[in-house]
Design a protein around this ligand. Structure first.
Ligand code: ZN
Length: 115
């Protein structure tokens, strides 16, 4: 069932394997719900997550630590040629097919040491 994290502390959550909630039987669209009603009695869900692991479908999955936090990934989008198509040092454009590139070294001497 495609429920979202909010469902667990929502008054409308059905706690039923065949039904997410009364308003959205098949789960809300996207990752937020317009009909979310916070359940004041819900236990705060605080899952212990050791570094490099995360919960997935209620199971603790140990995985290699992500190299980038979401914040760092957002910053990358601002300047990394993978996203901008331009060298952050000299501004030269990479080839048009830059999305297929793996290495991001520019003629100006800038070298990508991030990926
Ligand atoms: Zn350059």
């Amino acid at each position: 069932m495609p429920k979202i994290p909010d469902c667990d502390r929502c008054l409308l959550y059905a706690h039923n394997p065949h039904l997410v909630c009364a308003v959205h039987p098949a789960g809300p669209q996207g990752d937020s719900c317009l009909d979310f009603r916070e359940d004041p009695n819900a236990e705060p869900v605080e899952l212990w997550e050791p570094e490099g692991a995360s919960y997935y479908n209620g199971e603790l999955i140990v995985q290699p630590r992500q190299r980038w936090t979401p914040e760092e990934q957002l910053e990358l989008i601002d300047w990394h040629p993978m996203f901008t198509g331009k060298c952050p040092e000299c501004g030269a454009s990479f080839d048009r097919d830059y999305t297929a590139r793996v290495h991001w070294d520019c003629e100006c001497g800038w070298m990508d040491d991030t990926v």
